[in-house]
Design a protein around this ligand. Structure first.
Ligand code: PGA
Length: 251
C-alpha cells in the first residue's frame, strides 16, 4: 500500500514571515498524521526559517528546484547539499514552469534527479503535456518521453525512492482540472512506463501525484483513483485551511 503524499508548491509566493506562519499552522494541525506524508516547498529564501519551524514534525521540507553541480562557479544556483543544510528532504524537479520559462530539459532533469538521490533528497519529478499536445493526441508520447528521459539510468533502489508528479500543463493554475478518469489514464500509463524501465514491483512502489488545480472540492475523487497517490498543490497550498482539507481528502 503506497502512502499518499501531499506536497504544497508555494512557487514564488510568501515572504519569510508569512511562510513561517503557514508552516506553523500546518505543523500544529498535522501533528498526529502518520497516515499521509505532508511536504511544503517554500521559496529558497524561506527554506531555512520554515525548516526550523517544521524540524522533527510531520511536515517535511522540500525545495522547488536545485542545480546539478556540487559547488563552484554557478552564479545564482543552489546545490543539493545546500538544500540538505536547510532541512530539505524533497526537491521538485522539472516543474513545467521551469521547463517553459527557464529552458529546462529532460536531460537536465535527469542529471538533477541523480544528484538529488545521491544527496539523499527525494526528487518529485514533474511531467505533463500542454493543451496543444493533448488536443493533438500526443499526451501518451509526450509523457512517455518525459518519464523515460528524466528517469534514465536509475537503479531499482533509486526508482523506488522517487515520486513522480503528473501535471497536465493546461490544468496548472487555470482552475481547469483533469477529470479523475483522464488523470487515472495517464497515471496508469506512467506506471506502465516505470514498469518497463525497471520492473513491476518497483513501479508499484512509486508514488505518482496529480497536480493541476487540485483543491478540496476535487481532491477526494482524484485520489480515489487506483494510481493517484497524492497531490502536488499550487494555489490551494497557500492557504492552511484548503491545504489541510486536501490532506484530509487523502485518507
Ligand atoms: P496549481 O499548481 O495547483 O495552482 O494548479 C500546481 C503546480 O503547479 O504544482
Amino acid at each position: 500500500m503506497r502512502k499518499k503524499i501531499i506536497a504544497g508548491n508555494w512557487k514564488m509566493n510568501k515572504l519569510i514571515g508569512d511562510a513561517v506562519e503557514l508552516a506553523s499552522a500546518l505543523k500544529a494541525k498535522v501533528a498526529d498524521r502518520t497516515d499521509v506524508e505532508v511536504v511544503v516547498c517554500p521559496t529558497f529564501t524561506a527554506l531555512k526559517s520554515v525548516g526550523d519551524v517544521v524540524a522533527g514534525s510531520q511536515v517535511k521540507l522540500g525545495s522547488q528546484n536545485m542545480h546539478w553541480e556540487k559547488d563552484g562557479a554557478f552564479t545564482g544556483e543552489i546545490s543539493a547539499d545546500m538544500l540538505r543544510d536547510t532541512g530539505c528532504q524533497y526537491v521538485i524537479l522539472g516543474h513545467s514552469e521551469r521547463r517553459q520559462f527557464f529552458g529546462e530539459t529532460d536531460a537536465g532533469v535527469n542529471r538533477k534527479v541523480k544528484v538529488a538521490l545521491t544527496a539523499n533528497l527525494t526528487p518529485i519529478v514533474c511531467v505533463g503535456e500542454t493543451l496543444e499536445e493533448r488536443e493533438a493526441n500526443k499526451t501518451e508520447d509526450v509523457v512517455t518521453t518525459q518519464v523515460t528521459k528524466s528517469l534514465a539510468g536509475l537503479d531499482e533502489t533509486s526508482f523506488r525512492r522517487i515520486v513522480v508528479a503528473y501535471e497536465p500543463v493546461w490544468a496548472i493554475g487555470t482552475g481547469r482540472t483533469a477529470s479523475p478518469a483522464q488523470a487515472q489514464e495517464v497515471h496508469a500509463l506512467i506506471r506502465k512506463v516505470l514498469s518497463k524501465m525497471c520492473n513491476p514491483g518497483a513501479a508499484q512502489a512509486v508514488r505518482i501525484q496529480y497536480g493541476g488545480s487540485m483543491k478540496p472540492a476535487n481532491a477526494k475523487e482524484l485520489m480515489a483513483q487506483p494510481d493517484i497517490d497524492g497531490g502536488l498543490i499550487g494555489g490551494a497550498a497557500l492557504d492552511a485551511a484548503s491545504f489541510l482539507a486536501i490532506v484530509d481528502a487523502a485518507v
